[in-house]
Design a protein around this ligand. Structure first.
Ligand code: SF4
Length: 375
């Protein structure tokens, strides 16, 4: 069997040598887009361009390609490269390097490697609160379009994690967001729930920061005990408060990060539904921002929350999510769903940029639409 590993990197090298120990693996090559690496050889193992790999894949000389746990944007761009060039989901394996190597260690042949769960997703988010205290206009979670906050209880969230962990083995980063996650007074309980199911996962609380100085002692303790990172998005109303909040976070010894200033928002919905969904997905920056909510898994916040948009504007954009409680949702089905376009992708289009503003009064549908369809 001949295999490829995407990326001539430290992770890639570790995986490649472990694969070569397997009895049924004759050859493994590296695939890399970095021109300085293409054509180099180590121990007679070559690094080829994506295009050479594609030729070998089409001629069935290489059967599968393995992507290690790189950053979210790197994995997204690798998946896009493969998908748009016709590499099927079933031939792409995205893994967490350490656990993949541990699994291979116990096997004589690579063909004995079986995925009883999806091995790895780099990023998953959960809306701890649907409501927001900032109410940005054109929020792509549509938090500004709802009246009631349908927060999940800690018990419901535990049930979600029970379902999720039966289908997905490892998660790189689990992000609590919203709306504004600090509006959920049980957030500290939810953080412990994630740690109990996914102890190695990095937890992030993504907040607009305005409520940070009022957080409870329980939440401070949970954040510190679980090494959670608080990531603040620097929206315009935060700018004259940020020095004060940074000092507060330092005093509390909480790990935090600050995004660069967000002065613009974009809209990307196309209610005509006439975009080319493959082309749209290839350029979408939200495509691997997977979302968990009420036992469902979604490829992006837009499809997860599209019913809020539909209710507000009386539109009928299709939602396309997976019900994790459904026994027919196997790891293969989840992997296919996360790899390929979904029904909602035809309802996205070229982004239209606006200066950031808060919502005031009734929002008009034309203020939420993309610049153009993608064809
Ligand atoms: S529906 Fe598709 S194109 Fe639109 S945001 Fe989600 S993944 Fe991206």
């Amino acid at each position: 069997m001949k295999l490829a590993v995407y990326g001539y990197t430290e992770y890639g090298i570790r995986i490649l040598y472990k694969l070569l120990e397997k009895k049924d693996v004759d050859q493994v090559i590296f695939v890399d887009n970095n021109v300085s690496k293409i054509g180099t050889k180590t121990d007679n193992i070559g690094v080829v361009s994506l295009y050479s790999f594609l030729r070998m894949y089409q001629q069935k000389e290489i059967l599968k390609i393995i992507i290690p746990d790189y950053s979210l944007s790197t994995i997204r761009s690798m998946k896009n490269d493969l998908r748009k060039n016709g590499v099927k989901a079933e031939d792409v394996l995205i893994v967490e390097t350490k656990s993949f190597i541990e699994k291979l260690e116990g096997l004589v042949k690579f063909s004995d490697y079986k995925c009883y769960k999806v091995p790895f997703v780099q990023y998953l988010s959960f809306e701890a609160s649907e409501k927001c205290n900032l109410n940005c206009k054109r929020c792509d979670h549509f938090s500004n379009l709802i009246d009631n906050d349908n927060q999940e209880s800690a018990d419901e969230f535990t049930h979600d994690l029970e379902l999720l962990s039966s289908k997905i083995e490892r998660i790189g980063t689990f992000s609590f967001l919203g709306g504004e996650p600090l509006l959920n007074t049980d957030l500290y309980k939810l953080i412990y729930v994630v740690k109990s199911y996914y102890p190695d996962t990095q937890i992030i609380v993504l907040t607009n920061g305005l409520l940070l100085k009022q957080i409870s002692t329980e939440l401070v303790q949970a954040i510190k005990e679980t090494q959670t990172i608080v990531r603040m998005t620097l929206y315009p109303p935060m700018k004259d408060k940020i020095d004060d909040i940074v000092q507060f976070m330092r005093n509390k010894e909480i790990k935090f990060e600050l995004s660069k200033a967000v002065d613009e928002f974009w809209t990307q919905l196309n209610i005509e539904g006439n975009s080319d969904s493959h082309k749209m997905l290839n350029k979408c920056v939200n495509s691997d921002c997977f979302v968990l909510k009420k036992g469902k898994l979604a490829k992006c916040p837009i499809t997860m929350n599209i019913s809020i948009f539909n209710n507000y504007f009386r539109t009928e954009i299709p939602q396309d999510v997976l019900d994790l409680s459904d026994d027919s949702i196997t790891p293969e089905v989840i992997h296919e769903y996360l790899y390929n376009p979904i029904k909602t992708c035809a309802y996205c289009g070229r982004e239209k940029y606006y200066e950031w503003e808060r919502t005031s009064g009734k929002v008009k549908v034309e203020e939420m639409l993309c610049a153009d369809k993608i064809v």
